[in-house]
Design a protein around this ligand. Sequence first.
Ligand code: PMP
Ligand code: GLN
Length: 412
Amino acid sequence: MRAGQTLFAAVLAFGVVSRAGSSMQIESKLPQVGTTIFSVMSQLAQECEAINLGQGFPDFEPPARLREALARAVADGRNQYPPGIGVAALREQIAYKTEALYGRSTDPGTEVTVTSGATEAIFAAIAATVRAGDEVIVLDPAYDCYVPAIELQNARAVRMPLLQPEFSIDWQRLADAITPRTRMLIVNSPHNPTGAVLTADDLDRLAALLRDTSVLILSDEVYEHMVFDGALHQSMSRHPELAARSFVISSFGKTYHCTGWKIGYCVAPPALTAELRKVHQYLTFASFAPAQWALAEMLEAEPEHHLELSAFYQDKRDRFRALLADTPLVLQDVPGGYFQLVDYSAVRDVDDATFSQWLVREVGVAAVPLSPFFETPPESRLMRLCFAKNDATLEAGAARLAALNATAALRR
Ligand code: PMP
Ligand code: GLN
Protein backbone atom coordinates (compact mmCIF):
# COMPACT_ATOMS: atom_id res chain seq x y z
CA MET A 1 0.00 0.00 0.00
CA ARG A 2 1.26 3.45 -0.83
CA ALA A 3 1.51 6.05 1.95
CA GLY A 4 -1.61 7.87 0.76
CA GLN A 5 -3.61 4.65 0.77
CA THR A 6 -2.40 3.77 4.27
CA LEU A 7 -3.54 7.14 5.55
CA PHE A 8 -6.90 6.74 3.85
CA ALA A 9 -7.36 3.29 5.40
CA ALA A 10 -6.51 4.69 8.83
CA VAL A 11 -8.94 7.55 8.42
CA LEU A 12 -11.68 5.11 7.38
CA ALA A 13 -10.96 2.96 10.43
CA PHE A 14 -11.52 5.99 12.67
CA GLY A 15 -14.68 6.91 10.81
CA VAL A 16 -13.66 10.45 9.94
CA VAL A 17 -14.42 10.00 6.26
CA SER A 18 -17.50 8.16 5.02
CA ARG A 19 -17.34 5.36 2.44
CA ALA A 20 -18.12 7.80 -0.33
CA GLY A 21 -15.10 9.81 0.80
CA SER A 22 -17.01 12.89 1.91
CA SER A 23 -16.57 14.35 5.41
CA MET A 24 -18.52 12.63 8.17
CA GLN A 25 -21.12 14.91 9.74
CA ILE A 26 -21.47 14.75 13.49
CA GLU A 27 -24.10 16.37 15.63
CA SER A 28 -22.29 18.62 18.08
CA LYS A 29 -22.89 18.07 21.77
CA LEU A 30 -21.98 21.72 22.29
CA PRO A 31 -23.46 23.50 19.28
CA GLN A 32 -23.18 26.96 20.86
CA VAL A 33 -19.49 26.63 21.68
CA GLY A 34 -16.79 28.18 19.50
CA THR A 35 -13.23 29.24 20.30
CA THR A 36 -13.07 31.07 23.64
CA ILE A 37 -12.98 34.84 23.61
CA PHE A 38 -9.64 34.67 25.47
CA SER A 39 -7.96 32.66 22.69
CA VAL A 40 -9.60 34.80 20.00
CA MET A 41 -8.34 38.05 21.52
CA SER A 42 -4.83 36.69 22.15
CA GLN A 43 -4.62 35.54 18.54
CA LEU A 44 -5.81 38.94 17.31
CA ALA A 45 -3.32 40.67 19.61
CA GLN A 46 -0.54 38.66 17.99
CA GLU A 47 -1.74 39.29 14.44
CA CYS A 48 -2.12 43.03 15.06
CA GLU A 49 1.05 43.28 17.17
CA ALA A 50 -1.15 44.84 19.83
CA ILE A 51 -0.46 45.16 23.55
CA ASN A 52 -2.32 42.21 25.02
CA LEU A 53 -4.43 43.30 28.00
CA GLY A 54 -7.07 40.72 27.05
CA GLN A 55 -6.52 37.12 28.15
CA GLY A 56 -5.75 36.90 31.86
CA PHE A 57 -2.11 35.93 32.31
CA PRO A 58 0.95 37.73 33.66
CA ASP A 59 3.73 38.89 31.35
CA PHE A 60 6.26 38.37 34.13
CA GLU A 61 7.92 35.20 35.35
CA PRO A 62 7.11 32.88 38.27
CA PRO A 63 9.37 33.34 41.35
CA ALA A 64 12.99 32.21 40.80
CA ARG A 65 12.78 29.58 43.55
CA LEU A 66 9.80 27.98 41.86
CA ARG A 67 11.45 27.85 38.44
CA GLU A 68 14.60 26.37 39.97
CA ALA A 69 12.57 23.84 41.94
CA LEU A 70 10.81 22.73 38.74
CA ALA A 71 14.13 22.24 36.93
CA ARG A 72 15.48 20.35 39.95
CA ALA A 73 12.40 18.11 40.15
CA VAL A 74 12.96 17.09 36.54
CA ALA A 75 16.71 16.55 37.10
CA ASP A 76 16.01 14.55 40.27
CA GLY A 77 13.82 12.10 38.39
CA ARG A 78 10.36 13.17 39.51
CA ASN A 79 9.16 12.27 36.05
CA GLN A 80 6.85 9.28 36.43
CA TYR A 81 3.20 9.15 37.46
CA PRO A 82 2.66 10.80 40.81
CA PRO A 83 -0.22 9.61 43.02
CA GLY A 84 -3.42 10.33 41.09
CA ILE A 85 -4.84 12.51 43.86
CA GLY A 86 -1.65 14.61 43.98
CA VAL A 87 1.84 14.46 45.49
CA ALA A 88 1.43 14.06 49.27
CA ALA A 89 3.82 16.90 50.11
CA LEU A 90 1.72 19.31 48.02
CA ARG A 91 -1.61 18.14 49.45
CA GLU A 92 -0.14 18.64 52.93
CA GLN A 93 0.90 22.19 52.07
CA ILE A 94 -2.56 22.95 50.68
CA ALA A 95 -4.18 21.57 53.85
CA TYR A 96 -1.78 23.59 56.00
CA LYS A 97 -2.51 26.77 54.03
CA THR A 98 -6.27 26.21 54.19
CA GLU A 99 -6.11 25.88 57.96
CA ALA A 100 -3.72 28.80 58.45
CA LEU A 101 -5.69 31.21 56.25
CA TYR A 102 -9.28 30.15 56.74
CA GLY A 103 -9.26 28.22 60.02
CA ARG A 104 -10.51 25.04 58.38
CA SER A 105 -8.92 21.87 59.60
CA THR A 106 -8.33 19.90 56.39
CA ASP A 107 -7.29 16.28 55.89
CA PRO A 108 -4.88 16.06 52.92
CA GLY A 109 -5.72 12.36 52.59
CA THR A 110 -9.47 12.68 52.11
CA GLU A 111 -10.21 16.34 51.39
CA VAL A 112 -7.56 17.68 48.99
CA THR A 113 -7.15 16.73 45.32
CA VAL A 114 -4.59 18.19 42.92
CA THR A 115 -5.92 18.70 39.38
CA SER A 116 -4.73 19.91 35.99
CA GLY A 117 -5.72 23.51 36.59
CA ALA A 118 -8.87 24.81 38.23
CA THR A 119 -10.59 24.06 34.92
CA GLU A 120 -10.24 20.32 35.46
CA ALA A 121 -11.44 20.55 39.07
CA ILE A 122 -14.51 22.51 37.93
CA PHE A 123 -15.34 19.96 35.25
CA ALA A 124 -14.77 17.02 37.59
CA ALA A 125 -16.90 18.51 40.39
CA ILE A 126 -19.78 19.10 37.98
CA ALA A 127 -19.48 15.75 36.18
CA ALA A 128 -19.29 13.91 39.51
CA THR A 129 -22.45 15.37 41.04
CA VAL A 130 -24.77 16.87 38.42
CA ARG A 131 -27.18 14.50 36.67
CA ALA A 132 -29.31 14.78 33.54
CA GLY A 133 -32.29 17.05 34.22
CA ASP A 134 -30.64 18.78 37.20
CA GLU A 135 -30.39 22.56 37.38
CA VAL A 136 -27.21 24.47 38.20
CA ILE A 137 -27.47 28.16 39.06
CA VAL A 138 -24.82 30.28 37.37
CA LEU A 139 -24.45 33.99 38.16
CA ASP A 140 -23.92 36.18 35.08
CA PRO A 141 -21.45 37.43 34.01
CA ALA A 142 -19.83 34.01 34.41
CA TYR A 143 -16.43 32.57 33.56
CA ASP A 144 -16.66 30.56 30.38
CA CYS A 145 -16.00 26.96 31.44
CA TYR A 146 -19.00 26.46 33.76
CA VAL A 147 -21.91 26.23 31.33
CA PRO A 148 -20.40 23.74 28.82
CA ALA A 149 -19.50 21.40 31.71
CA ILE A 150 -23.12 21.57 32.92
CA GLU A 151 -24.60 21.02 29.47
CA LEU A 152 -22.41 17.99 28.83
CA GLN A 153 -24.23 16.33 31.75
CA ASN A 154 -27.57 17.05 30.03
CA ALA A 155 -28.30 19.35 32.92
CA ARG A 156 -29.58 22.92 32.66
CA ALA A 157 -27.62 26.06 33.52
CA VAL A 158 -30.04 28.52 35.14
CA ARG A 159 -28.39 31.87 34.54
CA MET A 160 -29.13 34.71 36.89
CA PRO A 161 -27.70 38.21 36.48
CA LEU A 162 -25.66 39.84 39.22
CA LEU A 163 -26.84 43.33 40.17
CA GLN A 164 -24.95 46.16 38.46
CA PRO A 165 -22.98 48.29 39.05
CA GLU A 166 -21.46 46.32 41.97
CA PHE A 167 -22.21 42.90 40.49
CA SER A 168 -23.66 41.75 43.79
CA ILE A 169 -26.07 38.87 44.34
CA ASP A 170 -29.79 39.57 43.91
CA TRP A 171 -30.86 37.54 46.96
CA GLN A 172 -34.56 37.50 46.20
CA ARG A 173 -33.95 36.37 42.64
CA LEU A 174 -31.54 33.70 43.84
CA ALA A 175 -34.09 32.43 46.38
CA ASP A 176 -36.71 32.29 43.62
CA ALA A 177 -34.36 30.38 41.31
CA ILE A 178 -33.92 27.49 43.74
CA THR A 179 -36.20 24.56 42.90
CA PRO A 180 -36.24 20.87 43.89
CA ARG A 181 -34.16 20.27 40.75
CA THR A 182 -31.35 22.64 41.83
CA ARG A 183 -28.27 20.53 42.35
CA MET A 184 -25.56 23.16 42.51
CA LEU A 185 -24.84 26.87 42.75
CA ILE A 186 -21.61 28.20 41.25
CA VAL A 187 -19.99 31.21 42.89
CA ASN A 188 -16.74 32.95 41.99
CA SER A 189 -15.00 35.38 44.34
CA PRO A 190 -12.95 37.41 43.56
CA HIS A 191 -14.96 37.46 40.39
CA ASN A 192 -13.85 37.16 36.78
CA PRO A 193 -14.54 39.41 34.88
CA THR A 194 -15.86 42.05 37.33
CA GLY A 195 -13.51 41.89 40.34
CA ALA A 196 -16.48 41.75 42.74
CA VAL A 197 -15.87 39.96 46.05
CA LEU A 198 -18.25 38.22 48.43
CA THR A 199 -18.50 39.64 51.96
CA ALA A 200 -18.87 37.81 55.27
CA ASP A 201 -22.50 38.93 55.27
CA ASP A 202 -22.98 37.35 51.82
CA LEU A 203 -21.71 34.04 53.20
CA ASP A 204 -24.17 34.17 56.10
CA ARG A 205 -27.03 34.94 53.75
CA LEU A 206 -26.01 32.10 51.48
CA ALA A 207 -25.88 29.70 54.42
CA ALA A 208 -29.37 30.75 55.52
CA LEU A 209 -30.72 30.40 51.99
CA LEU A 210 -29.33 26.90 51.42
CA ARG A 211 -29.83 25.58 54.99
CA ASP A 212 -32.87 23.42 54.23
CA THR A 213 -31.78 22.33 50.77
CA SER A 214 -29.33 19.76 49.39
CA VAL A 215 -27.81 22.29 46.97
CA LEU A 216 -24.04 21.91 46.54
CA ILE A 217 -21.73 24.89 46.05
CA LEU A 218 -18.93 25.06 43.54
CA SER A 219 -16.78 27.95 44.76
CA ASP A 220 -14.25 29.14 42.20
CA GLU A 221 -11.61 30.95 44.24
CA VAL A 222 -8.69 31.12 41.80
CA TYR A 223 -8.11 34.80 42.67
CA GLU A 224 -8.21 34.12 46.43
CA HIS A 225 -4.90 35.94 47.04
CA MET A 226 -5.92 39.12 45.22
CA VAL A 227 -8.31 40.97 47.51
CA PHE A 228 -7.73 44.69 47.98
CA ASP A 229 -8.12 47.63 50.37
CA GLY A 230 -7.74 45.56 53.52
CA ALA A 231 -10.68 43.22 52.85
CA LEU A 232 -10.36 39.52 53.66
CA HIS A 233 -11.01 36.82 51.10
CA GLN A 234 -14.27 35.21 52.17
CA SER A 235 -13.51 31.63 51.23
CA MET A 236 -16.27 29.06 51.65
CA SER A 237 -13.60 27.34 53.76
CA ARG A 238 -14.03 30.07 56.41
CA HIS A 239 -17.67 29.16 56.92
CA PRO A 240 -18.11 25.62 58.34
CA GLU A 241 -21.75 25.33 57.31
CA LEU A 242 -20.98 26.32 53.70
CA ALA A 243 -17.72 24.36 53.59
CA ALA A 244 -19.72 21.21 54.36
CA ARG A 245 -21.49 21.49 50.99
CA SER A 246 -18.74 23.08 48.88
CA PHE A 247 -16.12 22.19 46.34
CA VAL A 248 -13.57 24.96 46.97
CA ILE A 249 -11.40 25.26 43.88
CA SER A 250 -8.22 27.27 43.32
CA SER A 251 -5.29 27.49 40.92
CA PHE A 252 -1.55 27.84 41.36
CA GLY A 253 -1.43 29.41 37.90
CA LYS A 254 -2.78 32.68 39.31
CA THR A 255 -0.93 32.65 42.60
CA TYR A 256 2.53 31.84 41.21
CA HIS A 257 2.35 33.53 37.78
CA CYS A 258 2.54 30.16 36.00
CA THR A 259 -0.78 29.87 34.16
CA GLY A 260 0.82 27.53 31.62
CA TRP A 261 1.66 24.89 34.24
CA LYS A 262 -2.02 24.09 34.73
CA ILE A 263 -1.95 22.92 38.34
CA GLY A 264 -5.03 23.57 40.46
CA TYR A 265 -6.75 21.89 43.36
CA CYS A 266 -10.03 21.21 45.10
CA VAL A 267 -10.71 21.16 48.84
CA ALA A 268 -13.99 19.44 49.71
CA PRO A 269 -15.45 17.24 52.45
CA PRO A 270 -14.57 13.52 52.15
CA ALA A 271 -17.84 12.41 50.52
CA LEU A 272 -17.59 15.11 47.83
CA THR A 273 -13.86 14.53 47.36
CA ALA A 274 -14.42 10.80 46.87
CA GLU A 275 -16.82 11.48 43.99
CA LEU A 276 -14.65 14.18 42.42
CA ARG A 277 -11.68 11.80 42.51
CA LYS A 278 -13.61 9.15 40.59
CA VAL A 279 -13.96 11.57 37.67
CA HIS A 280 -10.44 12.99 38.02
CA GLN A 281 -9.07 9.44 37.93
CA TYR A 282 -10.41 8.87 34.43
CA LEU A 283 -10.20 12.41 33.12
CA THR A 284 -6.46 12.87 33.62
CA PHE A 285 -5.54 10.28 36.29
CA ALA A 286 -2.77 12.58 37.59
CA SER A 287 -1.33 16.04 36.97
CA PHE A 288 2.18 17.11 35.90
CA ALA A 289 4.44 15.66 38.61
CA PRO A 290 7.52 17.96 38.52
CA ALA A 291 5.35 21.06 39.00
CA GLN A 292 3.66 19.47 42.01
CA TRP A 293 7.01 18.85 43.69
CA ALA A 294 8.16 22.37 42.87
CA LEU A 295 4.97 23.95 44.23
CA ALA A 296 5.20 21.90 47.43
CA GLU A 297 8.71 23.24 48.00
CA MET A 298 7.66 26.80 47.20
CA LEU A 299 4.67 26.78 49.54
CA GLU A 300 6.77 25.52 52.40
CA ALA A 301 9.78 27.75 51.78
CA GLU A 302 8.10 31.05 50.83
CA PRO A 303 4.63 31.37 52.33
CA GLU A 304 5.14 35.13 52.20
CA HIS A 305 4.66 34.91 48.43
CA HIS A 306 0.92 34.35 48.64
CA LEU A 307 0.59 36.47 51.77
CA GLU A 308 2.02 39.47 49.91
CA LEU A 309 0.18 38.93 46.64
CA SER A 310 -2.79 41.18 47.42
CA ALA A 311 -0.43 44.12 48.06
CA PHE A 312 1.51 43.29 44.89
CA TYR A 313 -1.63 43.36 42.72
CA GLN A 314 -3.23 46.28 44.55
CA ASP A 315 -0.16 48.27 43.58
CA LYS A 316 -0.59 47.24 39.93
CA ARG A 317 -4.29 48.06 40.05
CA ASP A 318 -3.60 51.53 41.43
CA ARG A 319 -0.81 52.22 38.97
CA PHE A 320 -2.97 51.15 36.04
CA ARG A 321 -5.96 53.19 37.23
CA ALA A 322 -3.77 56.28 37.58
CA LEU A 323 -2.49 55.75 34.03
CA LEU A 324 -6.03 55.31 32.67
CA ALA A 325 -7.12 58.59 34.27
CA ASP A 326 -5.72 60.28 31.16
CA THR A 327 -8.15 58.40 28.90
CA PRO A 328 -11.90 58.81 28.31
CA LEU A 329 -12.53 55.35 29.78
CA VAL A 330 -14.64 55.30 32.94
CA LEU A 331 -13.23 52.95 35.56
CA GLN A 332 -15.37 50.54 37.60
CA ASP A 333 -14.31 49.71 41.16
CA VAL A 334 -11.96 46.72 41.48
CA PRO A 335 -12.22 45.08 44.92
CA GLY A 336 -10.28 41.95 43.82
CA GLY A 337 -8.84 39.81 41.04
CA TYR A 338 -6.64 41.11 38.26
CA PHE A 339 -9.02 42.73 35.83
CA GLN A 340 -10.18 46.32 35.39
CA LEU A 341 -13.63 46.85 33.85
CA VAL A 342 -13.97 50.07 31.88
CA ASP A 343 -16.95 51.82 30.30
CA TYR A 344 -16.00 53.00 26.80
CA SER A 345 -19.28 54.72 25.92
CA ALA A 346 -17.64 58.16 25.73
CA VAL A 347 -15.50 56.87 22.84
CA ARG A 348 -17.90 55.03 20.52
CA ASP A 349 -21.50 53.96 20.73
CA VAL A 350 -21.06 50.42 19.40
CA ASP A 351 -21.44 46.97 20.97
CA ASP A 352 -18.51 45.53 22.88
CA ALA A 353 -17.52 42.96 20.24
CA THR A 354 -17.29 45.68 17.59
CA PHE A 355 -15.43 47.97 19.97
CA SER A 356 -12.86 45.31 20.98
CA GLN A 357 -12.19 44.43 17.34
CA TRP A 358 -11.71 48.08 16.46
CA LEU A 359 -9.53 48.65 19.52
CA VAL A 360 -7.13 45.83 18.76
CA ARG A 361 -6.84 46.68 15.06
CA GLU A 362 -6.85 50.48 15.14
CA VAL A 363 -5.51 51.37 18.58
CA GLY A 364 -3.26 48.36 19.16
CA VAL A 365 -4.66 47.23 22.51
CA ALA A 366 -6.36 43.86 23.06
CA ALA A 367 -9.16 43.80 25.64
CA VAL A 368 -11.93 41.29 26.34
CA PRO A 369 -15.55 42.26 25.61
CA LEU A 370 -18.02 41.43 28.37
CA SER A 371 -20.94 40.01 26.40
CA PRO A 372 -19.51 36.44 26.05
CA PHE A 373 -19.80 36.12 29.84
CA PHE A 374 -23.60 36.52 29.69
CA GLU A 375 -26.53 34.47 28.47
CA THR A 376 -28.34 37.76 27.78
CA PRO A 377 -25.79 40.57 27.58
CA PRO A 378 -26.97 43.87 29.08
CA GLU A 379 -26.89 47.15 27.18
CA SER A 380 -23.82 48.42 29.05
CA ARG A 381 -20.65 49.37 27.18
CA LEU A 382 -18.06 47.55 29.25
CA MET A 383 -14.82 45.73 28.46
CA ARG A 384 -12.17 44.01 30.55
CA LEU A 385 -8.48 44.91 30.78
CA CYS A 386 -5.94 42.70 32.56
CA PHE A 387 -3.48 44.50 34.84
CA ALA A 388 -1.35 41.43 35.69
CA LYS A 389 1.40 43.01 33.61
CA ASN A 390 4.79 44.62 33.97
CA ASP A 391 4.72 48.37 34.55
CA ALA A 392 6.17 48.95 31.08
CA THR A 393 3.27 47.02 29.50
CA LEU A 394 0.69 48.91 31.54
CA GLU A 395 2.30 52.22 30.61
CA ALA A 396 2.50 51.36 26.91
CA GLY A 397 -1.11 50.11 26.91
CA ALA A 398 -2.38 53.23 28.68
CA ALA A 399 -0.41 55.47 26.30
CA ARG A 400 -2.20 53.88 23.34
CA LEU A 401 -5.55 54.13 25.11
CA ALA A 402 -4.91 57.85 25.63
CA ALA A 403 -5.29 58.17 21.85
CA LEU A 404 -8.99 57.49 22.44
CA ASN A 405 -9.28 61.10 23.64
CA ALA A 406 -9.17 62.21 20.01
CA THR A 407 -11.96 59.81 19.01
CA ALA A 408 -14.04 60.86 22.01
CA ALA A 409 -13.53 64.54 21.14
CA LEU A 410 -15.06 63.93 17.69
CA ARG A 411 -18.26 62.73 19.35
CA ARG A 412 -18.64 65.81 21.51
N1 PMP B 1 -11.81 30.19 37.08
C1 PMP B 1 -11.59 31.48 36.77
C2 PMP B 1 -12.52 32.51 37.34
C3 PMP B 1 -10.53 31.84 35.96
O1 PMP B 1 -10.33 33.12 35.66
C4 PMP B 1 -9.71 30.83 35.44
C5 PMP B 1 -8.64 31.18 34.45
N2 PMP B 1 -7.59 31.59 34.93
C6 PMP B 1 -9.94 29.51 35.80
C7 PMP B 1 -11.02 29.23 36.61
C8 PMP B 1 -9.10 28.40 35.28
O2 PMP B 1 -7.91 28.24 35.97
P1 PMP B 1 -6.78 27.24 35.46
O3 PMP B 1 -5.98 27.97 34.46
O4 PMP B 1 -6.02 26.87 36.67
O5 PMP B 1 -7.48 26.06 34.85
N1 GLN C 1 -8.85 32.91 32.96
C1 GLN C 1 -8.27 33.62 31.87
C2 GLN C 1 -9.10 34.86 31.56
O1 GLN C 1 -10.14 35.06 32.10
C3 GLN C 1 -8.17 32.82 30.60
C4 GLN C 1 -7.89 31.38 30.69
C5 GLN C 1 -8.14 30.77 29.36
O2 GLN C 1 -7.80 31.34 28.33
N2 GLN C 1 -8.77 29.65 29.37
O3 GLN C 1 -8.69 35.61 30.74
